[in-house]
Design a protein around this ligand. Structure first.
Ligand SMILES: [Zn+2]
Length: 316
């Protein structure tokens, strides 16, 4: 009889689950379905967890990466983008009631940081800051080998820091957050605005422009596209300097689709980071790198959480 971890990554579009033997990083089964379909999203999740659990084996723990603000202590998802049913959902209890094994949940970006630290780009670094820059900007902080959670588990919302007080509206309803300036949709929106002001570009606004289009155009020398990525990179660089001052990490990891934009993004990012740093001491031996785990980061983060849970189970 084997002993396995079941891990899940829940997004607004897809739910993925995987089964890992407790001593392995290679899954023995992975399954993926749409989040929306017959049944509620949490019923679909529970069915998909059951679907990867080998019959007769012991489940050592189930861990779930959940989108949106989450209380990892109580196991509650406060809300989840694109899953309107998930408001103050007691997800940990719902899963525990079904399987009667240890269950833990965490915010997906926080767990991504944990995954990169344990299995990805951050191996060997005790202090790191992780960003994912895609549709939104999320993050996580590893401080002295511990994931920073805060009193309700809401720490490290690294994309929701103000960089332009009167700037564009953020998905959270506030103005001028980093996410509203440097995320993929923010980059695309800025390009569309500039084109509508008459700035010339190889991109046209006939079809909605995506950050991927901007990245492609920039690589072909389009000046507006290069400016857009440079602007997003600069604000990232300013924000990273802030976080270096707060956390003094030895590594900054950047994941998500926008991190694939190359030097048009990373050049201005590094320049702004250097210009806004308090002391060169923060930059000595600092490693700025891209994430290593790709699309698997949510599952691997949940696996890192499962291993932690198995090593030091919470008091009953
Ligand atoms: Zn925000």
């Amino acid at each position: 009889m084997g002993r396995n971890f079941i891990v899940a990554d829940v997004g607004g579009t897809h739910i993925r689950t995987a089964c890992f033997p407790v001593d392995s990083q290679k899954p023995i089964d992975v399954k993926k379905i749409h989040t929306k379909g017959p049944g509620t999203p949490h019923e679909r999740l529970i069915n998909l967890i059951a679907a990867v659990a080998p019959e007769g084996d012991e489940i050592a723990a189930i861990t779930i990466a959940a989108p949106g603000p989450t209380d990892p202590y109580e196991g509650i998802v406060f809300e989840a983008p694109n899953i309107p049913e998930w408001k103050n959902l007691p997800l940990k209890k719902l899963v525990q009631d079904c399987f009667a094994v240890p269950v833990a949940i965490g915010n997906d970006a926080n767990l991504a940081a944990l995954g990169e630290w344990r299995f990805g780009a951050g191996i060997g670094h005790c202090n790191l800051v992780y960003f994912t820059v895609s549709t939104g900007i999320g993050g996580g902080v590893i401080n002295d080998n511990q994931l920073l959670l805060g009193v309700r588990g809401l720490a490290a919302e690294l994309g929701h820091v103000t960089v332009l007080p009167d700037g564009p509206l953020c998905s959270c309803g506030q103005r001028g957050h980093l996410e509203a300036v440097s995320s993929g949709p923010a980059i695309a929106r800025w390009v569309e605005q500039e084109i509508s002001k008459g700035v010339s570009s190889s991109l046209t606004v006939k079809h909605p422009i995506t950050a991927k289009d901007v990245s492609m155009a920039a690589s072909q020398g389009d000046e507006l596209a290069r400016s857009a990525l440079g602007r997003a990179g600069s604000y990232m660089g300013i924000t990273i300097a802030d976080f270096l001052h707060i956390f003094n990490p030895s590594m900054v990891i950047i994941g998500g689709g926008v991190s694939q934009s190359g030097e048009a993004f990373f050049g201005p990012l590094r320049k702004a980071m250097h210009e806004h740093i308090l002391s060169e001491k923060y930059l000595e031996n600092l490693v700025l790198t891209k994430a290593a785990l790709g699309d698997d980061v949510g599952l691997m983060g949940a696996l890192a959480l499962a291993q932690k849970l198995d090593e030091s189970p919470p008091c009953p």
